[in-house]
Design a protein around this ligand. Structure first.
Ligand code: ATP
Ligand code: MG
Length: 427
């Protein structure tokens, strides 16, 4: 036997048992985004490396160490997308969707980052994201947050997530604050760890969200971002907070929330959970008013978020807020070649008449007992059986697989109506 080939580390198969959950999550997401009038955009998985360098930032974790970058056969540097926002802005600029327009967009799909795989952290993972363009007020920030909150309600996990909120201010105010922060931290270099010392040179704001207690102690006395906001950003943030309160959305202001990507300004937020250990951020986003022009478009305000679907799935499995339908409603068994053809025809008749129910025909022969085992495993509530006597009498035997009810003999012409009433669907 030759050696078997395995999947790439950190890139997972989604097996039928899990795809049920995934399809259900995706359906909920589609329902909620549609209910707010958002439209789907689909972008390629591969983009020019420059796109991510120019948007996410050269000295961010993602660009410095997490991207899957390669040269194609023409010698161009390409990258498997590590996130969706940059691609979405690129596409919007390229197709003239953004100039002088308002857009409410959403996307869903795989992203790639070369990180150390662990629970809730993978190398291929999936994000659902929304991006809104052309609106600058706190009203749309509130809507974006409200939409995510509605999703938690749909999923029944509203009590498992907490909203953390902060404002980064304008780019100018943030640059000034950065200088103050660097001056302060430079006086305490002896208490900074290696990571923070490196970030002092490259991305000092990230030191604010260091997990190291010693660094945190230094940061506690550092100048505060909130004391250094420009007046307009301060007003924007206050207005957003008031709107969220009026809408009944609870939040915690987290002064140390800065996000790891360079393009954010003003509002930033994360939905975090305590139920997933270290990988607790399920959804993260904020405003990125400078990105459209940074990528060659006209200045356009923008706000959005990305949700990690693996983390969402883990959370859903953990809180067991779900009863997902089994794969099959009706299982059709048959013995004998003639009966098998009749059973196949019956399956087709049911699918014609009741397209929303799921019908599985037994294939592969075998005795009645074996077929009933399969029926049970399929998850179906009812089995329809055709044998020789059923054939002769133009009936079907109906067996309840999940309850102690006597089996019945049903005339062939009544099967559709009986199945419809038993599966609660109307014809
Ligand atoms: P983290 O701090 O956990 O590394 P991040 O700040 O890098 O997250 P974002 O770039 O903001 O994450 O991505 C948005 C969301 O996508 C995250 O909140 C998370 O739910 C999910 N996500 C990010 N990276 C991964 C990954 N490697 N595996 C699974 N999900 C991920
Ligand atoms: Mg990360």
């Amino acid at each position: 036997m030759s050696k078997s080939i395995q999947a790439i580390r950190g890139m997972n198969d989604c097996l039928p048992e899990q795809t049920r959950l995934w399809q259900w999550m995706e359906q909920q997401i589609r329902t909620v985004v549609a209910s707010y009038g958002y439209e789907e955009i689909r972008m390629p998985i591969v983009e020019s490396t420059d796109l991510f360098k120019r948007s996410i930032g050269e000295v961010t974790d993602i660009v410095e160490k997490e991207m899957y970058t390669f040269e194609d056969r023409n010698g161009d540097s390409l990258t498997l997308r590590p996130e969706g926002t940059a691609s979405c802005v690129r596409a919007g600029n390229e197709h003239g969707l953004l100039y002088n327009q308002q857009q409410r967009l959403w996307y869903m799909g795989p992203m790639f980052r070369h990180e150390r795989p662990q629970k809730g952290r993978y190398r291929q993972f999936h994000q659902f994201g929304i991006e809104v363009f052309g609106l600058h007020g706190p009203d749309i920030d509130a809507e974006v947050i409200l939409l995510s909150a509605r999703l938690w309600k749909h999923f029944g996990i509203q009590d498992n997530v907490v909203l953390e909120l902060n404002s980064l201010g304008s780019n100018e105010a943030r640059a000034q604050y950065k200088e103050k922060l660097v001056t302060f931290l430079s006086q305490h270099k002896d208490k900074l760890d290696e990571d923070s010392l490196r970030r002092l040179e490259t991305n000092p704001l990230r030191i604010l969200d260091s997990k190291n207690p010693e660094v945190q102690a230094v940061v506690a006395d550092a100048p505060k971002l909130s004391d250094n906001l420009d007046a307009e950003s301060q007003q924007h943030f206050q207005d957003l907070c008031e709107r969220l309160s009026a809408l009944g959305i609870k939040y915690q202001v987290n002064e140390r929330l800065v996000r790891g990507l360079d393009y954010y300004n003003r509002t930033v937020f994360e939905w975090v959970t305590k139920d997933l250990g270290a990988q607790g951020t399920v959804c993260a986003g904020g405003r990125y008013d400078g990105l459209v022009s940074q990528l060659g478009g006209k200045p356009t305000p923008a706000v959005g978020f990305a949700m990690g679907l693996e983390r969402l799935a883990l959370l859903l499995e953990q809180v067991e807020a779900l009863t997902i339908r089994e794969a099959v409603d009706v299982y059709i068994a048959a013995t004998g070649a003639e009966a098998e053809v009749a059973a196949t025809q019956l399956g087709e008749t049911l699918r014609d008449a009741l397209p929303q129910i799921r019908v599985q025909n037994h294939c592969g022969g075998g005795n009645f007992k074996k077929q009933m085992k399969r029926a049970d495993k399929s998850g179906a509530n009812i089995a329809l059986i055709i044998g020789e006597s059923e054939l002769q009498n133009s009936v079907v035997t109906l067996k309840h697989l999940r309850q102690e009810t006597e089996q019945q003999s049903i005339p062939r012409q009544d099967v559709v109506a009986t199945v419809a009433s038993l599966t609660n669907v109307s014809k």
